[in-house]
Structure formats: C-alpha cells, structure tokens
Write a protein that binds this ligand. Structure first.
Ligand code: CTP
Length: 402
C-alpha cells in the first residue's frame, strides 16, 4: 500500500506507554506519522521519544507560537488522511462526541475531515458507564471506527474490558480505513466457522473448523470498502473491524441468517463448514449415563441438513457466489464435481489432509476451480493472503459482468 499521512492523537491514559510501538508499526508500513499530544498524555509518554520514532515534529500545545510556525493546527487537520486517537480516554471520547475543542487534539479532530479511528482505554466501570457507551454509539453513527478495548488486568487494579488494543491491531484497523476501496458499493455476505448440531442439552456434533479463512475474507472485504455481513458458526475469533457479525449454532440457523441477508448481498462467500447431518431428535435434557449399562450402545439417528450453498446458487441473479470444498483426497476431481453440483462462480478447494492447510492453521494452500473446470493452483499462503486472492477473483468476475 502507498504511504499515507496519519495523525496520531495521544490522550492521557497509562496505555500511552504503548504508543511508541504503534508509531514503529505504522512507520514500518511506510506511513508518515505525526503525533499530537494532550497535556495529560505528556505525563505518560515522552514527546521526544515519539518525535524520534516518527521523524516528525511532535505537536503539544494548541497555541504555541513556535510550533504554529512549523505547522499550524488547522494545517495538521488538513494534512491528515487518517486520525488515530490512541489511547482514547473516556473524557476525550465525550469531548469529540460533543464537538468540544479545548485542547490541541480535540481542536484538530473538530477541524479534520479525514476518517477517525479511536482506540479506547480506561477503567472497566468508566467503559461500561452509559455515558461512555452513548458517546461511542453516537460516534459510530457518524462513521468513527473503534478498535477495542480488550479484556484483561487493568492498571487501576480492576479486571475487565478497558485495555487498549495492541498496536498491531490498531494498525490493522487503520489499514482497513485506508483500504483500496475496490469493493466499495458491494455488500459481501460471508459465512465462517463450523456449525454445531445438538445431541442433547450439553453435547453437539461439530467439526474442527476455526473460522479463520472466512474471518480473513470478511476482514479483507471490509478493508476493500465493502459492506460486510459475517455469519459465524462456532468460532472464538474476534469480529474484524468494520464487519457486522451474526452468531449462529446450527446449519438451520445459518440457513435462516443467510437467507435473511441474501436480498442485500451482491457477493456471497461460503467458507463455513456446515454439518451435513444433524441428530434427528435432539434431547432437550442431558442424556444420563446411568440410564445405560456399560454394554449399551447409544445409537444416534441423523437426518440431512439443507445445503445452503445450493439454495443460494438457485437464486443467484447477478450475485457472485464463492463456495469452498474441504477434501481429503482426489481434491481437484472432487472439486470439479462439487462446483457442477452446487452452481457457484468459483470454488475454493483445499486439501484438509495437509498439516499446513485447511482446518485450524493460519496458512492455506488452495485450488481455484471455475465452472468450466479450469483449475488454478495457489501456493501455500497466509489465510489473509488467500482471502486477498479470492477477492481479486471476485473483482475480476464482476469486471467481466459489466
Ligand atoms: N455447504 C452448505 N450447506 C451444507 C453443506 C455445505 O452451504 N449443508 C457449503 C459449504 O459452506 C461450502 C460448500 O458447501 O461452501 C462445500 O462444503 P463441503 O463440506 O466441502 O461439501 P459438501 O457439500 O458437504 O459435500 P461432501 O460432504 O460430499 O464433500
């Protein structure tokens, strides 16, 4: 990505000690970074450190004759292509929300037309206070993006939500806002993770899908400017920035969620590992061992689940639909048969017998299979890079349509 101009606004919280690392991450990605600090922030992080790491003059006062000569605060607002407020204290969020401009940081933000990303950090009770939540909700409505906070030990001694996100996660959210916009105007519906089909009140049939591939597609699509709806099965992954997520458990719930979102979707990527069968009659209570003798067998009767991808393809219209295939053998041949059967525009086939691809790892090696049976082999890449390859193909298919 081309170097961009980022204004890093630092406000007064203990998490400010992580800001030098954020400057380094952004600089490593070749961006220009200028820092503006509130008076309180200067108690937690040294302006000299930020000036040295950013290689740019650090601004500390709203009206400093010397600094205003170098670059005035309105000039700073006009210069920025993105503003990151990190850490964003409850006080600063409230001030930005209400349009106050009583210090350098809030004055620059009020004057700035660039997108704003906030990384809140504060005591858990301050975070949960309805005032803070209402302020943030209003900021979201106005298009301000937020990243974090995370849960954990807090410097104030409390435990809970309030830790500022790690610099690399803040930088990833910034890249999202600075994305190439090649999918703007598209609404991308992504399914990810495995489904869980209940056997009884505590047990279920599921699979080893982590959701990593689908979440990577959702994240990359949002970075490219798409409106993204993510329907997640069983997955412990955090929601990527800018993505609207619905959690489901069973194949039936996933089908319902997909069909509800489908009218708005212009692209569908079905990365979820959907259970093909479900227990015919799940027990609402726990099946007790004592009702069985040691020689007993418990027989589960399974019935077929609906095939969501086939249903989506049956009402495809102008949509671009991407399916996945998890295969343990004869990958390409099985994938060719699968795309014929399902009717999607692209099938991403992976060999789940490989240790470095498929379920629960960060890399993937896939084949792209087209409806005409053409096959393209993609080398081992991070799932993020595979997601980019998939979306490049989606963009190409869209161009071929017009
Ligand atoms: N899929 C779906 N609904 C199902 C099963 C699968 O929408 N009930 C979708 C998956 O999300 C994936 C594609 O179909 O995009 C292929 O899934 P896969 O498990 O590889 O294939 P199956 O259709 O289950 O076929 P088989 O079990 O024979 O490999």
């Amino acid at each position: 990505m081309a170097p961009r101009r980022i204004l890093l606004a630092v406000t007064g919280g203990i998490a400010a000690y992580k800001i030098p690392e954020l400057v380094r991450v952004l600089r490593r990605a070749d961006h220009r970074v200028r820092c503006a600090l509130t008076a309180e922030a200067q108690r937690f992080v040294s302006p000299l450190v930020l000036q040295t790491l950013s290689g740019e003059l650090v601004r500390q006062d709203l009206f400093d004759p010397g600094e205003e000569n170098e670059i005035d605060h309105i000039g700073l607002a006009d210069w920025a292509e993105l503003v990151i407020v990190a850490p964003a204290t409850a006080n600063t969020l409230a001030k930005i929300c209400h349009g106050l401009a009583d210090d350098l940081v809030t004055a620059v933000i009020l004057a700035c037309r660039a997108p704003v990303l906030v990384a809140p950090a504060m005591n858990v009770n301050m975070w949960q206070n309805v005032a803070t939540q209402a302020n943030l909700a209003q900021l979201h409505e106005r298009g301000v993006l937020s990243v974090g906070p995370e849960a954990g030990d807090l410097a104030c001694g409390w435990e809970g939500l309030g830790r500022m996100s790690e610099p690399k996660d803040i930088a990833a959210a910034a890249e999202l806002l600075l994305g190439p916009e090649t999918l703007s105007g598209e609404t991308v519906l992504v399914t990810a993770g495995g489904t869980a089909e209940p056997i009884d009140a505590v047990r279920s049939i599921t699979n080893r899908s982590s959701g990593k591939m689908g979440f990577a597609v959702a994240e990359e699509a949002a970075r490219r400017g798409a409106e993204v709806r993510l329907i997640a099965g069983v997955s412990a992954l955090p929601t990527p920035a800018g993505v609207r997520r619905t959690d489901v458990q069973t194949a039936f719930e996933m089908r319902e969620a997909v069909l509800a979102e489908l009218p708005d979707a212009s692209v569908v990527v079905k990365a979820a590992a959907v259970a093909d069968f479900r227990p015919a009659e799940p027990e609402t209570r726990k099946i007790k061992k004592e009702s069985l003798t040691t020689h007993d067998r418990l027989t589960l009767s399974l019935v077929a689940n609906p095939d969501i991808l086939t249903e989506v393809c049956a009402q495809k219209g102008n949509r671009i639909v991407v399916g996945f295939a998890a295969e343990s053998h004869d990958v390409v041949e099985a994938a060719r048969r699968k795309i014929d059967r399902k009717g999607c525009d692209l099938l991403v086939a992976n060999d789940i017998s490989r240790a470095d691809a498929g379920f629960n790892v960060d890399t993937n090696a896939v084949f792209f299979v087209s409806p005409s049976g053409e096959v393209e082999e993609i080398p081992l890449l991070s799932k993020r890079a595979v997601a980019a390859e998939i979306l490049d193909r989606v963009e190409k298919l869209r161009q071929e349509q017009v």
